[in-house]
Design a protein around this ligand. Structure first.
Ligand code: ASP
Length: 618
């Protein structure tokens, strides 16, 4: 039954035939997407990665070929030679690019048969994800997946082309290396040659790219796999791809310009013209206006409404005057039912004594002056939902305002509570305000923003110590250096001046999603050592973990800085996909399992012995 390809050459792709090809000979190869049997007429939808063409087999023209076609089943691989013909006017299919033509078969070769797959690429209803991942090769045949992977290719290529044209070199860095401090757990690779020792897969090429600056490659990039062993949240993958970049002598603005350039190229490759430069916002401002360091600019910012109330009003509301009082506005929500209104309070994730006033009608009734001022200040229109978040009067004394910082930890708690509620309400009423729907206007659909001047350190409540908010190679602001050493205990004191140190760090954010983070780096060994000390590392510990790096810093390190952006996430946004797994050809599940190859697996005794490893029975 199977025929060999033999002398046949493919002359056309299935998705490429058009009316102008009518009368021409064509050879198409691909999969049987669907077969329709109309007695003497048999129709095959033949599919390859470019699309589908209808093939006609007519028993009256050629009984043998018609009969052979009768044996075809879904997903058989065939070659058809024939003549392209215009379809009858009443059978033209305007919904498909090849819908004006069909191929009248003159020769049919069956190149391979197929078992009946567990689901068909042509199915309109999606099968469950586990089956899709187990039979990923079938799943990838679906046109949506082909589109996603094609977009991924185009985006990566546009980025490579853009950066190459700007003088960047793509340079590879090792996968078998040692731990990098990105804050996640490492994947380890045991060494056979040196039993008991391990390589770590890189969480990022951070130290290597910095060493490339020390090595004189002043513009580096790499589209590179990174590995982080984290408890997987919905939108994480244990291995993911970064657009990693580093350059010598840049001001932050230079890095931003390069990123804006390659994102423009990437979005253009996917059909969207975005505008640069992106707006820029201080971390403190992002917190004050949006309650989060990755603001979604598609929704209105908070309005500070404390001044709209008189001191007596605030007392009546049992609200502290020391903490922020902000109005969240969600446009066009319309009247809420009692149940809908009651559901708002439980949505508040209250931090630091935050409380919510969800019934604006009651504010209007009890504090009419304040309500008028709030509506005006927040530019509310009829039908907009207004919810107010404030600090309860019972909240204790707030911490002193550290120098340079505009937002104190107690204020942050209120803003953050409001920020979470703002997003939850916006999600819930998405259908009503419609701001998350694509409008076709890239200026509205893609709201980029640079968030800058992040705090250098973050207090880790669990560990009771300060951690690097970005990573420990990030440079603090020159003027904040003096805050680094404030006595031996600063490391374990949440109130220490470390809280006020700002970093030369920046994030690029799109529609409330962090696309990437970067920073200007420390290029002096003495400063690097001070940061390690501030993080509670002794000089010995620092030498032990990063000795090679500290040493390299002593050999003429140019000032440098860079960034890394998540490629998977960018492609996900550009394709409108629902999860990262839709844009990664062979992804892992939320439990870090590859269902197709069935990894991870136990390994044999012999292999373990060679590695000097014993596995404890659970
Ligand atoms: N290595 C950092 C990260 O992976 C990015 C950077 O600082 O360039 O998040």
């Amino acid at each position: 039954m199977l025929d060999y390809l033999g002398d046949l050459r493919r002359t056309q792709m299935c998705g490429a035939l058009r009316a102008s090809d009518a009368g021409k000979k064509a050879v198409l190869m691909g999969w049987v997407n669907r077969r329709r049997d109309h007695g003497n007429l048999l129709f095959i939808d033949l599919r390859d990665r470019t699309g589908v063409t209808q093939v006609v087999l007519n028993a009256e023209r050629d009984a043998a070929i018609h009969e052979k076609a009768g044996t075809l089943r879904n997903e058989y691989v065939i070659a058809v030679t024939g003549t392209v013909k215009l379809r009858e006017a009443n059978t033209v299919n305007a919904n498909m690019p090849t819908g004006e033509v069909e191929l009248v078969a003159e020769e049919l070769r069956i190149l391979n048969e197929s078992k009946l797959p567990p689901f068909l690429p042509s199915d309109t209803a999606l099968t469950n994800e586990e089956t899709r991942l187990k039979y990923r090769y079938i799943d990838l045949r679906r046109d949506v997946m082909q589109f996603n992977i094609e977009t991924r290719h185009k985006v990566a290529k546009a980025i490579r082309d853009y950066l190459s044209a700007q003088g960047f070199f793509e340079i590879e860095t090792p996968f078998m290396t040692r731990s990098t401090p990105e804050g996640a757990r490492d994947y380890l690779v045991p060494s056979r040659v040196q039993p008991g020792t391990f390589y770590a897969l890189p969480q990022s090429p951070q130290m290597f790219k910095q060493i490339l600056m020390i090595s004189g490659f002043d513009k580096y990039f790499q589209i590179v796999r990174c590995f982080r062993d984290e408890d997987l949240r919905a939108d994480r993958q244990p291995e993911f791809t970064q657009i990693d970049l580093e350059m010598s002598y840049p001001q932050p603005e230079r890095v931003w310009e390069v990123v804006e350039g390659f994102l423009t190229a990437a979005f253009a490759a996917a059909g969207s013209a975005i505008k640069t430069p992106f707006p820029r916002m201080d971390y403190d401002e992002a917190i004050r206006l949006y309650g989060i360091d990755k603001p979604d600019l598609r929704l209105p910012a908070f309005t500070d409404v404390r001044e709209c109330f008189s001191p007596e009003n605030l007392q009546q509301l049992a609200v502290t005057t020391n903490l922020p009082m902000v109005a969240i506005r969600i446009p066009k929500v319309g009247d809420l039912s009692r149940a809908e209104r009651d559901s708002i309070k439980p949505m508040l994730v209250a931090k630091g004594g935050a409380k919510v006033f969800e019934d604006f009608k009651r504010i209007e009734k009890n504090f009419p002056d304040a309500a008028v001022k709030i509506s005006a200040k927040s530019a509310a229109e009829a039908g907009d939902l207004i919810v107010i978040v404030a600090g309860s009067a019972q909240t204790g004394e707030q911490t002193a305002l550290p120098p340079h910082r505009k937002v104190t930890p107690s204020e942050l708690a209120i803003y953050a509570s409001a920020g979470i509620l703002r997003l939850a309400l916006a999600q819930k009423y998405g259908d009503r305000h419609g701001l998350f729907k694509k409008s076709g206007d890239p200026a509205k659909d893609f709201r980029f923003v640079w968030v800058t001047n992040f705090p250098m350190f973050e207090w880790d409540e669990g560990e009771k110590s300060w951690m690097a908010a970005h990573h420990p190679f990030t440079s603090p602001h020159e003027e904040d250096m003096k805050l680094l050493e404030t006595g031996v205990d600063s490391v374990n004191d949440p109130q220490s001046s470390l809280s006020a140190v700002r970093a030369l760090a920046y994030d690029v954010v799109l529609n409330g999603t962090e696309l990437g983070s970067g920073s200007i780096r420390i290029h002096r060994q003495d400063v690097q050592s001070r940061i390690f000390r501030a993080l509670g590392m002794t000089d010995e510990e620092a030498r032990d973990r990063f000795g090679f790096f500290l040493e390299a810093l002593e050999y003429g390190t140019p000032p440098h800085g860079g960034i890394a952006l998540g490629l998977d996430r960018i492609v996900m946004i550009l394709t409108g996909a629902e999860s990262l797994r839709e844009v990664i050809p062979f992804p892992k599940t939320a439990r870090a399992v590859d269902l197709m190859v069935d990894a991870p697996t136990p390994v044999g005794e012999k292999q373990l012995r060679e590695l000097g490893i014993a596995v404890k029975k659970a």
